[in-house]
Design a binder for this molecule. Structure first.
Ligand SMILES: [Zn+2]
Length: 229
């Protein structure tokens, strides 16, 4: 019945690919097969000393850093990130999380991870958006890889405004001390994979990592859906 209603509605309001806007065919979800095949994957999870690891080297101690695909201006990952962040579309965040999970499945990168931790939004921001996109991405990754999620221990205590106009140095000052832990034991001795939607300056992830690393014997890896070239 659900399918009949869906098919009927689809006649008038067809499901479109979020990347190319072409009509999706049966069995396709959110992104058409052509666009899926063309996603610019990095495969950084298979490459030691990849560009992202070089980018974070010396800033924080980490085990590994990887991203699913390259974020290019006007490219497919930009469309997907825009959709999951600003279009109230948590389902695509979950879907892209599943793709990330499929990509990492079976690799040492994910096999070594004890917990997935999404970069938290301030509760007010999360309420406005209706969800935390990084948590939805984690749920998708978890559904494929079976790795558990902890989204209660790391919290954001300051609701910093959009920082896009600030220089990198100012941004760094801005994100310092905006995160906190509700429990100092939860991450002790664990290898945590911090998950975000996109890595730009890395300052938010750096700040989260520093907070998590206050727990004894904790190790950090970092993962995002998109990364600048
Ligand atoms: Zn498409």
């Amino acid at each position: 019945m659900k399918t009949i209603v869906h098919n009927f509605l689809n006649l008038f309001f067809p499901d479109l690919c979020v990347v190319c806007n072409n009509r999706l065919t049966e069995g396709e979800q959110h992104i058409c097969t052509d666009c899926l095949l063309l996603l610019p994957k990095t495969n950084f999870h298979l490459q030691a000393d990849n560009r992202l690891e070089q980018f974070f080297a010396g800033r924080i101690p980490f085990r590994h850093v990887a991203a699913y695909a390259y974020f290019v201006k006007g490219g497919s990952i930009q469309s997907i990130i825009h959709e999951l962040k600003y279009k109230r579309n948590p389902r695509i965040a979950y879907f892209i999380g599943e793709l990330c999970g499929e990509n990492m499945k079976g690799s040492q990168f994910i096999a070594d991870i004890d917990l997935l931790v999404p970069v938290p939004l301030h509760p007010k921001r999360e309420k406005d958006r209706g969800y935390n996109q990084s948590l939805e991405i984690c749920k998708g990754i978890s559904s494929v890889t079976g790795v558990s999620i902890d989204n209660r221990t790391l919290i954001r205590k300051v609701n910093n405004r959009s920082q896009t106009k600030n220089a990198r140095f100012d941004r760094w000052k801005n994100v310092e001390d905006i995160f906190d832990l509700t429990n100092n034991e939860a991450f002790a001795g664990k290898h945590v994979l911090l998950v975000d939607d996109v890595i730009t300056t890395g300052s938010t992830l750096e700040s989260c990592a520093k907070e998590i690393l206050k727990c004894e014997g904790t190790e950090i890896s970092i993962y995002s859906v998109g990364t600048a070239g």
